[in-house]
Design a binder for this molecule. Structure first.
Ligand SMILES: Cc1cc2nc3c(=O)[nH]c(=O)nc-3n(C[C@H](O)[C@H](O)[C@H](O)COP(=O)(O)OP(=O)(O)OC[C@H]3O[C@@H](n4cnc5c(N)ncnc54)[C@H](O)[C@@H]3O)c2cc1C
Length: 401
């Protein structure tokens, strides 16, 4: 007879959300690492196409549990907003750009080095309730969990097995990278370029040029490559995303056909987002990410921290407290940021958003506020008042959230 293997917490998915959760459970909440199991369908380093921008919020949250960015990284020193032939630039520390294969492996293997049971190449196949916990069937066998957490990303198998409906249409991204070019004015100075002109052509999002580390893994202060891609928030469906990306690349003298480009979905965090279902927590993109930027690494890392706190409480009390994690996320800074972002995406990217886009291009104060918001900082009362004054009634909402 085979032995029944029971863990306090089984985490499905070892990306930034799952690894952060495991690290916080051990380092921040004192849960025994051997009581935690992370399963991931992939073998790390896994291919994770991504622009790799991790905002300061994510970097600082990891640093607080003793995880430094020990992989090649380029500091993001600010941003440029490109619109209608002009641009506005702001210098402010935003975080770092990393390569996901190296970064995600570093995080997951840090948890493994702490003693967490990490099972790579083992995917979730089925799940059911079992007494007070869960029976988890994987591609390699069966394990049991007192608590189960879904960190399995945009295509979350857990959500599918539970029959959860999408709360909103998924966003679309295409990403690729090339060697840095002489025309990469922003990335050359380690600034991230956000080109909002695609909005004037009916897309809800932006084209980006970000400085990125050399894929061969060398670090250094000067970016040698540029990550390029397009994000469409997909509030209104469009079949023109790839065509628009090719048009943006052409403007920069790049043939899209020469790049390895693949489309990827992103699940947005919106008001209706499900964070808990039948006692199972959803963390990172399995719940949802930033709808304005299409980004979610830092947000996933912070949600991992919040989930660790809720689970530790549940383990101490011997049961999960319904709603505790969902309430904690929604009332946290990251939760409010995500909701604000869902609200902003609908305003900034649609036709009425033209004045927001011009405001971002023309106003240094607006870009400074945008940069601080991106980096996860709290906006000061004075900044909020200035935004409210400049944008009128709509701005009041931006300032208040
Ligand atoms: C093209 C593109 C560019 C992006 N650029 C940025 C950016 O610059 N900055 C940013 O912050 N965000 C960016 N994002 C979003 C970012 O990738 C996500 O926010 C982030 O990966 C979410 O982390 P996660 O841990 O929740 O999910 P993931 O990183 O997706 O991790 C989920 C893990 O679950 C595993 N898994 C899946 N199914 C199963 C299963 N059945 N069983 C077990 N394991 C399973 C997967 O193998 C994976 O390792 C980008 C996304 C795309 C698509």
């Amino acid at each position: 007879m085979s032995t029944r293997v029971t863990f306090d917490v089984v985490i499905v998915g070892g990306g930034p959300a799952g690894a952060s959760l495991a690290l916080h459970l051990v380092r921040d909440r004192g849960i025994l690492p051997e009581r935690i199991c992370v399963i991931d369908a992939a073998q790390f380093p896994r291919d994770k196409p991504c622009a790799g921008a991790v905002s300061s919020l994510g970097v600082e949250t990891l640093a607080a549990v003793g995880v430094s960015i020990d992989v090649p990284a380029i500091a993001m020193r600010g941003l440029r907003v490109l619109h209608e032939g002009g641009h506005g630039a702001t210098r402010a520390p935003l975080g770092v750009v990393i390569r996901r294969d190296a970064f995600d492996t570093h995080l997951l293997h840090s948890a493994r080095n702490d003693g967490v049971v990490v099972r790579e190449g083992e995917g979730l196949v089925a799940l059911s309730s079992d007494g007070g916990g869960y029976r988890v069937t994987t591609s390699r066998g069966v394990l049991f969990a007192r608590h189960l957490v879904a960190c399995d990303g945009a295509a979350s198998r857990t959500r599918k097995l539970l029959g959860l409906r999408e709360p909103a249409r998924k966003g679309h991204l295409y990403v690729g990278d090339t060697e840095a070019m002489a025309s990469d004015a922003g990335p050359r100075e380690q600034l991230c370029d956000f080109d909002l002109d695609v909005c004037s052509r009916g897309l809800e999002g932006y084209y980006w040029d970000f400085p990125t580390p050399d894929p061969r893994g060398t670090s250094g202060t000067l970016p040698r490559h540029t990550s390029r891609g397009i994000y469409h928030a997909n509030i209104t469906p469009s079949s023109r995303v790839k065509a628009e990306l090719f048009a943006c690349l052409r403007e920069r003298g790049i043939r899209g056909d020469d790049m390895r480009l693949k489309p990827f979905p992103t699940r947005p965090f919106v008001a209706e987002t499900v964070l808990e279902h039948e006692g199972i927590l959803f963390v990172g993109e399995a719940a949802g990410i930033d709808r304005t930027t299409g980004e979610g690494i830092a947000q996933s890392i912070v949600m991992g921290k919040i989930a660790a706190s809720a689970l530790a409480r549940g383990l101490r009390m011997g049961r999960a407290e319904a709603g505790c994690y969902a309430d904690a996320v929604r009332s946290s800074r990251v939760g409010r940021h995500l909701l604000q972002s869902a609200w902003l995406a609908e305003r900034v990217y649609g036709a009425p958003g033209l004045r927001y886009r011009r405001f971002l291009r023309d106003s240094a104060a607006a870009r400074r506020a945008g940069a601080a918001w991106y980096a996860g900082e709290r906006l000061s009362k004075i900044t909020k008042a200035k935004l409210a004054l400049a944008l009128g009634v709509e701005g009041m909402r931006v300032a208040l959230v």
